[in-house]
Design a protein around this ligand. Structure first.
Ligand code: AMP
Length: 459
């Protein structure tokens, strides 16, 4: 039985499931929901796309008593991007439960506003471990009433060094609570965490059926170190280079590679963990809204990124271990489209490629590339351009207001307007490149929601 109404869920939750159009449970939901709803600890091996968020979301929302003004459920996520995604999904599931208070608490955001929103206990907190730990320590967050703790993408949290923070958080919350652990991979470290924080967990593993596995074509190309940049530029010049993610092992290479690509006329940006949150947000917004074609990133920076299937992933260096390589190439070929993952490998990197081959159990496919030095400048402009508006949610600005201003006063056609992202104090809108200058002029001259906000182009 895989219909949701076979589960002991509140009518409000069944109604949300119906509104969301979920007709049947996914395999992870079908296996994990019954034990979770029965109050058991669960450890589930589940990938993004498996429906894991709705699985733990429904279970924790079932446990919450809205009339009790206490923190009752805590969801820990590795990155702010993922925490935002999870919060959005939980809000949708909770749409028919009046007065549920959910708060997202992540690092990289100013503490002041978070403290202000904590003046009344929320029912649910979704956050990153470091920041949640800080609030628990300060006493601005009270863990004594927590009934459910969720560790989402636990493997990534460990990779990012959150192990101690998680242990500390567990020590600061109610002793008796249910712990739900979700992880894409199931290494020894995860088993160890489970042993520390769970009691007699039900283990859920779901094999992705072969026909649902994304098709990824992998290629390895041997190059000399001095040829790497030319090879990369050449590979990016093709059609797939219009939306590609490039991985480098080292942060300093991320900057150098992005700068060099930019110099050669590509539209490339760098993303690494040391960047200010605001710069990180901007880079991600520009890549997702197609006003930047190539994102050059470290593995840590790319974890938990909410970017849809990319046509091309390029590894500028061979990853140090097979797991990291698997995470990298998993960025392409999602949603039933064939993706291409190309790894550049110098003779010295051969042993790392051999490890990947051994771990994968299939021979690597090597191809040759005739690397030619660049002939003049390639001009590969991104299709969109981003405009920043210095106003956001705090000014009650919504995407519809921006769309309205652009199609109304500014006279644009809705089809020329791309993604609109509204943050607390800023908003970003992507406009077809050719129309960006005109839109900027008109937005500056006109009003948004009857007010004048500062607007400027990015990049
Ligand atoms: P997740 O694995 O949590 O990232 O979810 C992947 C996607 O599947 C999300 O867009 C969900 O809205 C969607 N989803 C979750 N559960 C179901 C379901 N039972 N039927 C259809 N779609 C679902």
């Amino acid at each position: 039985m895989t219909a949701f109404n076979t589960l002991p869920l509140k009518p409000a939750l069944l109604a949300s499931v119906e509104t969301l159009g979920y007709t049947e449970m996914t395999p992870v939901q079908a296996q994990s929901l019954p034990p979770m709803l029965a109050g058991r600890d669960v450890i589930a091996q589940a990938q993004t796309g498996s429906g894991k968020t709705a699985a733990f979301g429904l279970s924790l929302l079932q446990s919450i008593d809205v009339d009790t003004i206490r923190l009752q459920a805590l969801v820990l996520c590795p990155t702010r991007e993922l925490a935002d995604q999870v919060s959005k999904a939980l809000r949708k599931l909770a749409a028919n439960i009046p007065n549920v208070k959910l708060l997202t608490l992540c690092g990289g955001m100013p503490l002041g506003p978070q403290l202000a929103s904590l003046s009344h206990d929320p029912h649910i907190v979704v956050g990153t471990p470091g920041r949640v730990q800080e609030h628990l320590k300060r006493g601005s967050l009270h863990g004594g009433g927590i009934k459910v703790l969720v560790l989402d993408e636990a493997d990534r949290m460990l990779d990012m060094g959150f192990s101690e923070a998680i242990d500390d958080i567990v020590g600061r919350i109610a002793k008796h609570h249910q712990t739900l652990l979700f992880s894409a991979t199931y290494p020894e470290e995860i088993r160890a965490v489970s042993q520390r924080v769970q009691t007699d967990p039900v283990v859920v593993t779901v094999d992705t059926p072969a026909e649902q596995k994304p098709a990824i074509e992998q290629q390895f190309i041997e190059v000399e170190p001095a040829q790497k940049l030319d090879a990369l530029a050449q590979l990016l010049a093709g059609e797939r280079g219009q939306h590609a993610l490039v991985f480098c092992n080292m942060r300093r290479d991320v900057d150098a590679v992005a700068q060099e690509l930019d110099r050669r006329g590509y539209s490339a940006l760098a993303l690494h963990g040391d960047m200010e949150q605001r710069d990180r947000d901007e880079v991600l917004v520009r890549f997702a809204n197609k006003s930047c074609n190539v994102l050059v990133a470290t593995d840590v920076a790319a974890r938990g990124l909410d970017i849809a299937a990319l046509p091309l992933v390029l590894c500028y260096d061979v990853a140090h271990d097979p797991d990291t390589h698997t995470h990298r190439i998993g960025r392409t070929g999602r949603a039933g489209e064939t993706g291409l993952a190309i790894t550049l490998c110098t003779p010295r990197e051969r042993p790392k490629a051999a490890n990947i081959e051994e771990a994968g159990g299939v021979p690597l496919s090597w191809r040759t590339l005739k690397v030619a030095p660049p002939r003049g400048k390639t001009l590969q402009l991104a299709p969109m351009k981003t405009l920043v508006i210095d106003a956001g949610r705090q000014d009650k600005l919504r995407p519809g207001d921006i769309l309205g201003a652009l199609t109304g006063d500014a006279g644009l056609d809705a089809k020329d307007i791309g993604k609109i992202d509204v943050f607390a104090t800023r908003a970003y809108v992507a406009i077809g490149r050719a129309l960006a200058a005109k839109s900027l002029e008109r937005l500056r001259a006109g009003r948004i929601k009857g007010r004048n906000f500062r607007v400027r182009p990015l990049g």
